[in-house]
Design a protein. Structure first.
Length: 308
């Protein structure tokens, strides 16, 4: 538990420290407006502690958090909590859909190769898959997003703007596909390596000697023995997806937390930015906890070690 709190505090300290080193604040652009007197700007900065030190700003924000308030967005002129309630579901839909697409395609790719490994075309398939994965993994997610903007049908792009028109945000299939493309090659390579390692174990030879088909051995014996490798990889995938979500949401116009974070950073909206950092830190921690619980559930040896 102490490690979890330390992770959250460290994330917030980095956020406040970087904001303090960035020139300007949320009221810098108002200095260009001659209708706003300098005394008004000084009063606003004093009220929102815009020019205070890192410790003072963090203490003021933490005091509001203890009272159940995440602060007031200076850029959007709304409570931060209402903005998060509005944007978080859209990002969760994007993350969930991209996670499922990436893992389904990567697992299908790796399992198909494992099933056909001893066939006539097994060696050729392995070589082509390795070359394709290496070339695919070199494509930046930003490049894939720009290509999607150019070649995708207009109807698909229009669906991303539904949220801005006041309608409920639809499922972001295009944005999720772009996001998933970034992870499919790496997930395939890791899964294929885990399957290859498990296939070399003695229990596979024993199962084949009993007359079990390769497909049954793969599903019943090999795949469960890859969980210790793949479950932590799933947790890391969620963490990296959160990072790339900022790029995809910004380029494709999906109204989630990533796009909101870019706007908050550009306008020096520290209350909103710190709340997004807090929320994403909690999501990463929750993902790690779920990963640990899944490992305990799928690996009896870990449960026995815990009892001892």
């Amino acid at each position: 538990m102490a490690t979890l709190f330390a992770t959250i505090i460290a994330s917030l300290l980095v956020c406040f420290a970087l904001s303090a080193m960035t020139p300007g604040d949320a009221f810098t652009q108002l200095e260009l407006d001659p209708a706003i007197p300098p005394a008004t700007l000084a009063a606003l900065r004093a009220r929102y502690a815009a020019q205070s030190g890192v410790t003072a700003r963090l203490r003021a924000w933490a005091t509001g958090l203890e009272r159940g308030k995440l602060g007031y967005s200076l850029a959007f002129h709304r409570p931060v909590a209402s903005l998060l309630r509005e944007r978080a579901p859209a990002t969760l839909r994007l993350l969930g859909l991209a996670f499922v697409l990436a893992w389904l395609l990567a697992l299908f790719w790796a399992l198909s190769e494992a099933l056909l490994a001893h066939s006539r075309w097994g060696g050729l398939l392995h070589g082509v898959s390795g070359a394709l994965a290496a070339a695919w993994s070199s494509l930046p997610v930003g490049f894939v997003a720009v290509v999607a903007l150019i070649v995708a049908p207009v109807a698909w792009l229009a669906g991303l703007a539904d949220f801005g028109g006041g309608r409920a945000a639809t499922w972001p299939w295009l944005a999720a596909a772009v996001l998933a493309c970034e992870f499919i090659p790496a997930l395939y390579l890791q899964t294929a390596q885990a399957l290859q390692t498990a296939l070399g174990q003695p229990f596979v030879v024993a199962a084949r000697a009993r007359g079990l088909s390769r497909a049954r051995v793969l599903w019943k014996h090999v795949v469960p023995n890859t969980f210790d490798t793949l479950i932590p990889l799933g947790s890391l995938t969620v963490t990296q997806l959160l990072v790339d979500t900022v790029i995809v949401e910004t380029l494709l116009g999906w109204p989630g937390l990533g796009q909101l974070a870019v706007s908050a950073a550009a306008q020096r909206d520290l209350p909103l930015l710190s709340a997004i950092v807090l929320l994403t830190s909690l999501l990463v921690i929750a993902t790690g906890i779920v990963s640990d619980l899944l490992q305990l559930w799928t690996n009896p040896r870990l449960r026995l070690e815990g009892e001892v």
